[in-house]
Design a protein around this ligand. Structure first.
Ligand code: URA
Length: 237
């Protein structure tokens, strides 16, 4: 790895901004190979042992964030009118983007990363990555709704879905697992079955469940075990 300024290293591999990184260095909070360094411009190698208040900072190539997206926020990097999920995350110098999209009014599990290769695989239909949605709906679904979903259904515009799994829960609530991500897919599938989705939340993706402790709008980095599950899903075609 190439040498870089200490303040840039901190801004890249922690959630500190460049300004906060400089302040932390001036306050003597940073040690490089056991020695406190007070100059932000000092060049270090990311492989050195760098600690902030006693905690090692690892130079990770990529960052992976689990967000519980709240309704009203756009799944995009930038937008002229609306707040985007990327604007809601503090992550130093990483250029994050959302892996796929949830509608503006949909809540739940959204993965944000700067790892284009993994994102591509998770989104590619060839890799069959399952996504499960919990939803509430109005209206009566046709009696054989679960069988129809298992066979694939016509959702209009010449689109036929691949096999999915529909689990009916208490009246007006259900879960749907699909391996695709067509435009408004869940809402269109439920409409084709006679209902209207009134609330939609993604509760799992690629074998990872949304962390119950994350309230809408909150996020955290994936643990190493979670990342291993995700990578495994993305390598299975
Ligand atoms: N299907 C939808 O209809 N909307 C979403 O946000 C995700 C899946």
């Amino acid at each position: 790895m190439k040498k870089m300024r200490l303040d840039k290293f901190l801004a890249t591999y922690t959630t500190l901004s460049r300004k906060e990184a400089k302040r932390s260095i001036r306050q003597g909070e940073i040690q490089v190979d056991g020695e406190t360094v007070l100059e932000g411009e000092k060049k270090i190698s990311p492989c050195q042992h760098i600690c902030m208040r006693g905690q090692r900072i690892e130079a990770k190539e990529h960052i992976y964030i689990m967000m519980n997206k709240s309704a009203g926020v756009l799944s995009a990097t930038r937008d002229k009118n609306d707040t985007t999920v990327v604007e809601c995350v503090e992550c130093g110098g990483h250029e994050l983007f959302p892996v796929g999209r949830l509608d503006k009014d949909t809540e739940g599990f959204l993965l944000l990363t700067d790892d284009g290769k993994l994102a591509h695989r998770l989104l590619s239909p060839a890799y069959h990555v399952p996504k499960t949605y919990y939803f509430t709906y109005e209206g009566e679904l046709v009696e054989n709704a679960a069988e129809l979903v298992a066979e694939g259904i016509d959702i209009g515009g010449g689109v036929r879905t691949k096999a999915g799994i529909l689990r009916l829960l208490e009246t007006g609530t259900a879960e749907l697992t699909i391996e695709e991500g067509k435009y408004h897919q869940v809402k269109r599938m439920i409409a084709a079955l006679g209902g209207r989705v009134t609330y939609l939340k993604r509760i799992s993706m690629a074998g990872l469940a949304l962390d119950d402790n994350l309230r809408p709008g909150e996020y955290r980095e994936l643990t190493e075990d979670e990342l291993a599950v995700l990578t495994e899903s993305a390598n299975r075609s």
